[in-house]
Design a protein around this ligand. Sequence first.
Ligand SMILES: *[C@@H]1O[C@H](CO)[C@@H](O)[C@H](O)[C@H]1NC(C)=O
Ligand SMILES: *[C@@H]1O[C@H](CO)[C@@H](O)[C@H](O)[C@H]1NC(C)=O
Ligand SMILES: *[C@@H]1O[C@H](CO)[C@@H](O)[C@H](O)[C@H]1NC(C)=O
Ligand SMILES: *[C@@H]1O[C@H](CO)[C@@H](O)[C@H](O)[C@H]1NC(C)=O
Ligand SMILES: *[C@@H]1O[C@H](CO)[C@@H](O)[C@H](O)[C@H]1NC(C)=O
Ligand SMILES: [Zn+2]
Length: 317
Amino acid sequence: MCGSVSVCLSVFAAWIAIAESGSGNEWGYEPGIGPSTWSLHYPQCGGSSQSPISVDTASAVLDKNLTAFTFSGYDNVNNISMSMKNNGHTVQIDLTGKLMTISGGGVSDIYRAKQFHFHWGSEDRRGSEHDINDNHFPMEMHVVHYNSKYDTFEDAVNETNGLHVLAFLFEVGTVNHHFDEIIHHFYQIAHKADHVNLTTFPLSGLFPGDLKVYYRYHGSLTTPPCSESVIWTIFKETIKISEDQLMKFRHNVHRNYANETDRDISNDFRPTQHLNHRFVYASDTSAIYKPISASGTLVPSSICIIAIIFLLFVFTW
Ligand SMILES: *[C@@H]1O[C@H](CO)[C@@H](O)[C@H](O)[C@H]1NC(C)=O
Ligand SMILES: *[C@@H]1O[C@H](CO)[C@@H](O)[C@H](O)[C@H]1NC(C)=O
Ligand SMILES: *[C@@H]1O[C@H](CO)[C@@H](O)[C@H](O)[C@H]1NC(C)=O
Ligand SMILES: *[C@@H]1O[C@H](CO)[C@@H](O)[C@H](O)[C@H]1NC(C)=O
Ligand SMILES: *[C@@H]1O[C@H](CO)[C@@H](O)[C@H](O)[C@H]1NC(C)=O
Ligand SMILES: [Zn+2]
């Protein structure tokens, strides 16, 4: 039928494009509807203050104004409801009921917690949205807040400093039982649009011990509509979780409806965006450091090869 392979491919590509435009503003992480296409339907995704970013620890700027946070309601379970859903992009836990707020942290307004969700990879070496010195982490948790001077999240989403997201990076460790209530209910949200009510647990239980050392920058939502209204806080200390627990995220929740072939949600992260005119600030000098080469064997060996080539050159000349 097709004259050449390339004609075939372009016909196929056009067919995919038509199939996708027919489904409206559907977005995802798969080819055709992935991050590089988001700005077609969501122009803010093409902005100049987008998230996530790569944090370069050596060029972070110390800001003494970045004081500790005051968390209110994060230790409570009374009158707070946690409803977990699979929205086809992530596992999200919506928080309703009694106020949970953050203040301090170098931000003058009070922010109210709305929901938290996760981004994770199919392997340990990817999954986080933010990275530190180009090192990616297997998972990242976002606790999404909106400025309490607005009545709702929707009212705040387009406003300067309307949102504040707390980002936590994960590392592989031993079993973390604070995540049991979430993971043990994955079988009830295995497919898109599934939801389940959790037994409320104290949200602070998920957090690492040191919440004083963090990075700060101004950016956007990492999913459409990519609104550039987000104050980002990325904590330096990671949350530890076991490989087995990560495997439950990777394989027990799917991006499709129950009537379709199962596809893991894994790899639901947006690539890092250009920093452009922005700066990354650090709350403490311990967060500002020159990275120790992660690929410790690679750098010396490449220096070695250059040295050998140089020596060969000198001797043969
Ligand atoms: C800290 O806050 C003061 C007063 O608001 C401000 O003048 C200063 O620029 C801030 N420091 C940094 C590093 O942003
Ligand atoms: C929870 O709500 C009930 C009824 O609305 C109220 O009586 C109770 O004091 C609340 N508990 C807390 C800890 O706020
Ligand atoms: C936010 O701004 C965008 C672009 O101006 C607009 O399309 C969208 O409707 C706004 N969203 C809300 C919730 O106001
Ligand atoms: C979850 O709880 C709410 C009330 O807080 C209730 O209206 C809803 O039906 C519950 N959903 C499920 C799936 O049990
Ligand atoms: C599967 O179910 C969803 C919603 O329940 C529906 O929108 C979709 O068209 C169905 N897909 C197939 C292949 O039947
Ligand atoms: Zn997120």
